[in-house]
Design a protein around this ligand. Structure first.
Ligand code: C2E
Ligand code: MG
Ligand code: MG
Ligand code: MG
Length: 282
């Protein structure tokens, strides 16, 4: 990790336990039942295009509404689900729900509004394009309105297989994005070997942008090089007007962060959209 992001949120209420013990004792069996119990919910965080302020996308972010423990962060339970094929079941549900939501936005007149879905490494198998194609058919969502987010480390770990899958996804017409860019060890020149559309700058760089000149320089370089590779750039975790202004000045394409909108339930996103201009074709 290039940056420490301090996400061990369980420590907040269980300081004396390590994560493994916590998971084994409390979460594992509950997690297997959560889907059947209807405890999962997708939140959506808007992504705004800087050139005109239009909402051009929304990232689907999973929430677990646990019966007795309340809402549990995906930072805590996704890694646990990723240890087994449970992530495949959950991941498929997420994909379906997100595509259904995007189709509803489409029906409501938001015909350019994309949905972005996070994929775990385990989901990235040779059968992924088939699965995606089937969900697109079943939800009648135009493929270009689905964006799939994957991490840098996946590209590094199985480059050949990933390239093949990415090529098939491109043929399908979906978009792909590299999430949390800058936290792994890949270089931008490495990215040019893969058919990708977008790159999301990790929020750890955005966070210290105005206090840490190294981070500012890194972001400038990422944006310039990404554009030279014809990749769009999305900044994650934009929280302040100064960060937003920086992104605007340096030609970042889209922004996502608490300043623009928090992750919210689907019906709330619909109200959020109604208060804003319709996205127009670029
Ligand atoms: P991510 O994909 O990088 O998602 C962005 C995270 O940053 C989200 O955390 C979002 O709520 C948070 N965020 C957005 N704007 C701001 C901001 O301005 N400030 C701060 N401090 N945070 C901001 P969240 O929802 O807790 O999700 C955490 C991670 O869990 C995600 O990181 C993603 O890696 C994973 N995740 C969430 N949903 C899914 C899913 O359906 N499938 C998979 N495989 N992973 C998921
Ligand atoms: Mg993401
Ligand atoms: Mg991210
Ligand atoms: Mg992240």
């Amino acid at each position: 990790q290039a940056k420490e992001n301090g996400r061990n949120t369980y420590q907040f209420y269980m300081p004396e336990m390590n994560q493994r013990a916590f998971e084994r004792l409390f979460l594992n069996s509950d997690l297997h039942r959560a889907l059947d119990r209807g405890e999962f919910e997708l939140y959506y965080q808007p992504q705004l295009r800087l050139s005109d302020g239009a909402v051009v996308g929304a990232e689907a972010l999973l929430r677990w509404n646990h019966a007795s423990k309340g809402q549990i962060s995906p930072v805590l339970f996704i890694p646990l689900a990723e240890e087994s094929d449970l992530i495949l079941t959950i991941g498929h549900w997420v994909l379906e729900q997100a595509c259904l939501a995007a189709r509803r936005w489409y029906n409501a007149g938001y015909r350019q509004l994309r949905v972005a879905v996070n994929l775990s490494a385990r989901q990235f198998t040779r059968s992924l394009p088939q699965t995606v194609a089937q969900v697109l058919r079943q939800t009648a969502l135009p493929p270009e309105l689905l964006e799939l987010e994957l991490t840098e480390s996946l590209l590094m770990e199985k480059p050949e297989q990933v390239r093949e899958v990415l090529e098939q996804l491109r043929e399908l017409g979906t978009l792909t994005a590299i999430d949390d860019f800058g936290t792994g060890y890949s270089s931008l020149s490495y990215l040019k070997h893969f058919p990708l559309n977008r790159l999301k700058i990790d929020r750890s760089f955005v966070k210290d942008l105005t206090s840490d000149s190294d981070d500012a320089v890194i972001i400038e370089a990422i944006i310039a090089l990404a554009h030279s590779l014809r990749l769009q750039v999305v900044a994650e975790g934009v929280e302040t007007p100064a960060q937003l202004e920086f992104m605007r000045r340096h030609g970042c394409d889209d922004v996502q962060g608490y300043l623009l909108g928090r992750p919210m339930p689907a019906d709330e996103l619909m109200r959020f959209l109604q208060q804003r201009p319709m996205p127009t074709p670029v």
